[in-house]
Design a protein around this ligand. Structure first.
Ligand code: ATP
Length: 462
């Protein structure tokens, strides 16, 4: 895709999100707040549906994974032990002309030069120096930058600290949700029937002081993660790792994403404790980018927390009496990135006569609204009453919307744009024969169905 096509494609998605209440820029009436977004009425439904699918796949459909909801705030000792206070950083450079702050590894990558956020300051500055002149500021086009410097991404706060110089002793908003899982490993083990191999799954907010936040909700400073840590016997890691790669790949196919829009990316530059790391990348309008990371982390996490806390986090195998620190296979996905991938995957523009029909062709499980119910005319009380009756019955099973505004054609278009798979219209004939029109979003075909049959009909479809 050309730059223009990428921009148009992103603009279409962003504009639909704003126009139809999926995503709003944060604090908009105060001119916005960079890299933070709010979810509107349909956005929250889509996001909840994504989380519901993940939670179901990772907990309900398995007998080896339990859930957790740990707090956003934790002891700062956790972030020291995990290495985040010292090492959770991205390389930052500043354009000397327009003073934009930019992420150096991304800047190099965009110029086709291999770089990685995990490289040391010296390594990345060497590559930067070797390529001076080739790299231009995306904002002003100048090629004069300050040397790269590591910038810590942890967001600090004064929670529980009532002194004026709290920055010397800050608490942190969690930079990833998985630390809450590691530090609760023993609690889960002691309070449930889990036995190794088993996993702990968690969905929750994470915060990072991202240097450059572009590409809409792809990279934000407040975001939600869906993470699962799978604890295994040392030596079993790679077999489970391969299984998890397979399972997570299929999760996206089950959401309805086309396989050609997914690809694997192997990490070349591993952190010292990692055995292997792959990302599942999705073909966003701006190219293939990370959707989820699947990492074989060895025994690093439980070992560092065991050492720093002085608490034994090893596992005693009840059958062999063998004691060991479990190894971990992690799957870590972003809600916002899956949300943007779903919008990219299911956005369609169709020409119908001289009109353009915009459709979000979501599978029913992702659709914010499953069924919209319309009385043909809003000023006919008998139609409105019957439509309300149908709505009140359907809403017990599905997220429905009642709409009596505007002509039917416009109501259909609006539901197409928010991805509603079915619309039900109650007209004068419905009052006589108790049949309604059900319109299918994708085929636009309409069929007459008895009100008494609607529940069975939708049960089969949704
Ligand atoms: P990136 O390289 O894109 O910064 P990462 O490798 O740092 O991502 P992880 O720390 O592995 O990301 O986090 C796991 C998942 O959390 C990512 O695959 C992504 O879906 C999501 N995620 C991470 N950072 C952000 C962010 N700033 N905004 C939105 N989602 C994010």
């Amino acid at each position: 895709m050309s730059k223009k096509e990428i921009d148009t494609s992103m603009d279409n998605i962003i504009s639909l999100c704003k126009r139809r209440g999926f995503v709003f820029p944060s604090s908009e009436i105060y001119d916005g707040f960079t890299a933070i977004y709010d979810l509107g009425p349909y956005g929250v439904e889509l996001s909840n549906n994504i989380k519901k699918e993940w939670w179901k796949a990772m907990t309900q459909l398995r007998d080896d994974i339990v859930g957790l909801d740990s707090a956003i705030f934790m002891s700062p000792k956790i972030w020291e032990a995990s290495g985040h206070v010292k090492g959770f950083s991205d390389p930052l450079t500043e354009c000397k002309k327009c003073h934009s702050r930019l992420r150096l590894d991304t800047l190099l990558e965009e110029a086709g030069i291999f770089a990685d956020e995990k490289m040391s300051e010296e390594e990345i500055n060497k590559i930067f120096d070797d390529n001076r002149g080739k790299i231009k500021c995306p904002n002003c086009g100048a090629a004069d930058f300050t040397p790269g410097k590591k910038f810590n991404l942890l967001v600090q706060s004064n929670l529980g600290n009532f002194t004026s110089d709290w920055t010397k002793d800050p608490t942190y908003l969690r930079g990833e949700t998985c630390q809450g899982i590691y530090v609760n490993f023993k609690n889960v083990l002691d309070s449930t029937r889990v036995k190794i191999p088993f996993g702990i799954a968690q969905i929750g907010k994470a915060f990072r002081n991202e240097i450059t936040a572009r590409q809409f909700i792809f990279r934000t400073r407040e975001f939600e993660q869906m993470e699962m840590q799978y604890f295994v016997k040392p030596g079993d890691d790679m077999a489970y790792y391969d299984k998890w790669r397979e399972t997570r790949w299929h999760f996206y196919l089950d959401l309805g994403f086309k396989e050609e829009n997914l690809q694997w990316h192997k990490h070349e530059n591993l952190v010292f404790y990692a055995k292997e790391a792959y990302d599942i990348e999705y073909k966003f309008p701006f190219g293939f980018k990370e959707l989820e990371g699947i990492h074989a982390r060895g025994d690093y996490d439980l070992s560092v927390h065991s050492k720093a806390s002085g608490k034994d986090l090893s596992y005693l195998d009840p059958t062999t009496n063998q004691k060991f620190i479990p190894h971990i296979v992690e799957t870590s996905a972003g809600v916002g990135r899956t949300f943007l991938a779903a919008l990219t995957e299911f956005y369609r523009e169709e020409k119908i006569e001289d009109e353009t029909r915009i459709v979000l062709a979501f599978p029913p499980k992702l659709a914010p609204i499953k069924i919209a119910v319309f009385p043909l005319l809003k000023n006919k009380p008998e139609l409105v009453a019957k439509a309300r009756e149908v709505f009140d019955a359907l809403k017990l099973n599905w997220r429905c919307e009642f709409d009596d505004n505007g002509n039917i054609g416009k109501r259909y278009r609006r539901q197409d744009e928010i991805g509603t798979p079915y619309c039900v219209t109650i007209d004068f004939e419905s009052l006589e024969n108790l049949e309604v029109t059900v319109r299918d979003r994708d085929t636009m075909e309409q069929s007459r169905i008895k009100i008494s049959e609607l529940e069975n009909f939708f049960r089969a479809k949704i």
